[in-house]
Design a protein around this ligand. Sequence first.
Ligand code: AMP
Length: 195
Amino acid sequence: MTPFFSLCVYCGSRPGVEPAFAATAAQVGRWLGEHGGQLVYGGGNNGLMGVMATAALEAGARVVGVIPHALVEKEWAKLDCTELHVVENMHERKRMMAERADAFLALPGGIGTFEEFFEVWTWRQLGYHDKPIGLLNEAGYYDTLLAFLWSSVSSGFMSEWQMELIRVAGDAPSLLQDLRQASSSAARATNLSQI
Ligand code: AMP
């Protein structure tokens, strides 16, 4: 059975200091289960990643984890994923995650989350895919990043249309709903094999 909404989520491999971040990660996982969705993520069992995937499985979502073999121990690969793909390297991981998703969402996280979010954003502006991208600005976590990005627009290094490629919200359920709706109307043109 093809799930009607497959969401690739990038988030921290650490929990962060605010318990609210883990609560929201669990809420995202549960939402996917309650809406018959599928979670695609990095396959780890630590931090927000583990909390989200556990909640998704408990709520009945399919969970697709994709992890490079070098990180299986470091990130505690989540062995009870519906599908766990142990791949050769980080590049293969990111491409498979992108191919298996209808939309992307970044939650609070660190350097890995930032890198993955920026990568799918740049792929979108280059036309490698046409899938919606969300940024969950939980408790203003990304306020300073967003302010910097807008300052880059003012400085002439970015365009407003590039900013408009991302959907930013502070509230998980409305952003999830928005991404699901946008993904069903997206043309879904993908050239991800070219990355
Ligand atoms: P972090 O947000 O730093 O806690 O990392 C979240 C996830 O991003 C982890 O599963 C990392 O393996 C992954 N990740 C992806 N690309 C990178 C990268 N270039 N550097 C570090 N972590 C990365």
